[in-house]
Design a protein around this ligand. Structure first.
Ligand code: 7TS
Length: 414
């Protein structure tokens, strides 16, 4: 029987969907290699949002008039798209937030404040983004819980043999980990961690900000309890993201923000909360943005996450092979097989900001800095790295331009 090859995406064709690629920067078409920070937006999303504002806009859930009903249908339709995208059991478990950061803060505050205390242990990793590090560090301090980290090895992979020792420090109550590292691209063993967390009686919180746009996510298969991601890294608008949480946990938690929409009734002496998910959505939400998030989910789903993952893998292999040939260049992180389309590196004797500046003159956009992972920078023994990251619209010749640009940087600083 013939094996059907996985559908390949045609990045060149897809680029026609993105108006930004008509733009010249410093007289050159931009090689946008910073999609891990935020992705560019296709016309499908931009047009849908404009149309929504023009024909279906009003505040949600409040009105009985037609426009409010249309707006509510658009907003709640997007919630169902998020649910399906991560295979959550119920759309009541999907909360719209401002992004992954707010989603993770919501869990740390609303779950952590009431469930952590002295003798408990919060476990994060050495390669967390500050969004999944600092809220837990803060709440652990506030509640008297211990804050422990899973270290990484020299390839940037989690050392799971540290778990036994961590378990001796107290009652492990939370394990919070990213599925994909934003700095190294490492794909982390979240299923294993979730199993371990549950053996300890802990909850598993997954930061999927760098995973959800690039690979299939199934919260039930991962076995986690919470999962957070942002729209803007997935071809959608900024200002919106999602938190999925297990219903029993969300039901038990107190609200995070207070105000309109999240209440059932308010009196002078007491207030009761609305049902899920509204209990966690105080105030007017990012209505058109949530709608656009749903359209972005349709857009990437239609291309296919398997095709996106395969495309990024080809680019990261090409990039890592070519970068390895540049003298004085050191790549951080695991081999291409165990990472997504992200490469962080340093060039001997050149500060990453200088690297990024010279690359910009060549029309190559990369990120330089600590990438909101300062504990990881400390572990790697650097203050900053240069990072290139790819998405469905990235092209092999953009990798070539990166390499050519880096050779120029080397010459400039020789
Ligand atoms: N978690 C990870 C793993 C991330 O990469 C980011 C953003 C966040 C959380 C926060 O997401 P936000 O949408 O709430 O900001 N990462 C990056 C980055 O790598 N460069 O800029 C933003």
């Amino acid at each position: 029987m013939a094996v059907t090859p996985a559908t390949k995406l045609d990045a060149r064709r897809l680029r026609a969907d993105f108006p930004v690629f008509d733009e010249l920067v410093n007289g050159k078409p931009v090689a946008f290699l910073d999609s891990a920070a935020s992705t560019q937006k296709p016309r499908q999303v931009l047009d849908a949002m404009r149309e929504f504002y023009e024909h279906s806009y009003a505040n949600v859930h409040r009105g009985v008039y037609t426009l409010a009903e249309r707006a509510t249908a658009g907003y709640e339709g997007a919630r169902e798209k998020v649910r399906a995208y991560v295979n959550a059991p119920s759309s009541r478990e999907v909360i719209f937030t401002r992004g992954a950061t707010e989603a993770l803060n919501l869990v740390a505050y609303a779950w952590g404040l009431d469930n952590l205390g002295p003798g408990d242990v919060v476990v994060i990793t050495e390669l967390e983004h500050h969004s999944n590090f600092v809220p837990w560090q803060f709440i652990a301090k506030k509640t008297g819980a211990e804050f422990a980290h899973i270290p990484i090895d020299d390839l940037g992979e989690l050392q799971l043999d540290a778990l036994d020792e961590i378990a001796t420090r107290g009652n492990v109550k939370v394990v919070a980990n990213n599925l994909v590292s934003n700095t190294l691209g490492t794909v982390n063993p979240v299923e294993k961690l979730a199993t371990w967390a549950h053996e300890q009686g802990a909850i598993m919180v997954v930061d999927a900000a760098q995973a959800a746009p690039h690979r299939k996510i199934d919260v039930q298969a991962l076995g986690c309890d919470f999962l957070a991601f942002s729209s803007h890294k997935l071809c959608g608008p900024s200002g919106v993201g999602a938190l999925w949480g297990r219903r029993e946990l969300l039901e038990e938690m107190q609200p995070f923000n207070f105000g309109g929409e999240m209440i059932r009734s308010v009196a002078l002496d007491r207030t009761s909360w609305n049902e899920l998910p509204y209990k966690f959505e105080a105030g007017t939400p990012a209505i058109a943005e949530a709608y656009g998030f749903g359209v972005a989910i349709d857009y990437v789903s239609e291309i296919g996450l398997d095709a996106i993952e395969a495309h990024e893998h080809e680019l990261v292999v090409q990039a890592m092979d070519a970068l390895a040939e540049i003298p004085g260049l050191r790549i951080f992180g695991p081999p291409a097989e165990r990472r997504t389309g992200i490469v962080s590196f340093e060039l001997e004797n050149v500060h990453p900001h200088d690297v990024a500046q010279i690359l910009d003159w060549e029309g190559v956009a990369v990120r330089a800095g600590h990438h909101c992972t300062q504990p990881l920078m400390t572990r790697l023994g650097v203050a900053a790295t240069t990072r290139a990251s790819f998405y469905l619209y990235s092209l092999p010749e953009e990798v070539d331009r990166l390499v050519a640009g880096l050779l120029k940087v080397r010459k400039t600083f020789a």
